[in-house]
Write a protein that binds this ligand. Sequence first.
Ligand code: SF4
Length: 507
Amino acid sequence: MYKSHPNNPKIKIKAIEIDKAKPNCAVVGVYGHPNAALMTYYGLHALQHRGQEASGITSVYFDTEKNKKRFAYKKGMGLVLDVFSENGVLIDVLKGDMAVGHNRYSTTGSSSAANIQPFNMIYSSGILCLAHNGNLTNAKTIRTKLINEGSIFQTTTDSELFLHLIAKSKEKSVIEKIRSALKETRGAYSLVMLTDNELIAARDPMGIRPLSIGRLKLDDGYAYMLASESAAFDINNFEYIRTIMHNEIVVIDEETRKTGKIKSYKIVNETPISAHCIFEYVYFSRPDSKIFGHSVDKVRRKLGKSLAEESPLFDSEDKIRAIPVPDSGNTATIGYARVNSKIASPTLFELGLIRSHYVGRTFISPGQNNREFKVKAKFNPVKGVIENRNIVLVDDSIVRGTTSKALIRLVRSAKPKSIHLKITSPQVKHPCYYGMDFPSEEELIANYYPNEEEIGKAIGVDSLHYLSEKKLMESVPQEEGIGYCTACFTGIYPVEIEDNINDSIDD
Ligand code: SF4
């Protein structure tokens, strides 16, 4: 289906409705707790923002009748609350003290039920249940090779490739099978896996997507939790232990449960400099989470501080009102207001836009007119805060610009003196191949106008400033061996992309 380009009605483009980069997925794993599935459920609920299309949990338990380990699963389309709403499913069906779970937003593969994770199989080494966050960049090549060798695929996702590669590996031990499979893949993966007796996790050699370890002290040892973001630990009272490092495989087993000793392996011998997704800090992750070993809140405050340093606003007559576009702009606005007060003019952090949490994300609206309504349904300006004031509006990114335009019209209806839009990231100009969904390049507003001044005019603000790449890099944690992916801003991709990456395997 085709429709008019948002920035030029004469151009016809493929109709996709997206005005923020769509978040990728969430993974959670629990080991050594009698309510493992329930805790996974709460963890997935805490990470609902990372995927709202479908959800699934698999648990592994000991079947006393058959005298062997078995797995049980429940998957479905929709939000976590809806998928697991059936009475008793989390206790009576998803039994056992090990579980893995997944929230899906489809970055590869269609949204069919077959593509809902975790994926489960029984093979020569026993049970393997797997949940994946990220996108592989050589999926087509591997899939073609496996099909030519006789593999039959059940899904259209890149995540299924891991199962085939692990099952076909000639290595002896499970860990070596997993390692050999991971060595064949390229791209982004944060994986949680269950075997008969272990919870195993891995982050790709560049560590593009986050994955952390949490722990809960019990009377006879520890229970462990692995999750994309530490907010999943907090809801379950697990203590954050550490990030899983890039190029690391960790194994949590009975010994770990008793002693606290986590086994750790490398995927490739030489660990490269990481390429952590910088957008996780800018927008995707919850501000109350730790990712990559650091607090998202702290980084977002710094982003706001950097924005004020780079683009201060002066007003000699009245206090400036710094207003976030909720929720992802909230924390950065605190940083902006504090620093702008110091270096420019007194600035008040104000909640000038109130967000309703009961409407879907704006990118799901089916057309332009509808978008206007959805923005209105989602945000309401506080007239008393905005009227006759100079406003700094802080947002994390602009993708197509359609929501921004509607939002600015809404803010204008509250009659401010002026609106100065400050963005805590550089211009988004390139697609992401590592698990984030952006519109096609020609739809990105930054590719349509020559500079930020013209983009600002098109959006309808008095001024617009995007954080520079240099300031963005200064705002994120700097550690030895740690680097960042900034490809959607710079077009420099840290992991090679295969030529046919845009060809659909659903066709
Ligand atoms: S391209 Fe952008 S969104 Fe994708 S991994 Fe890199 S920084 Fe993150």
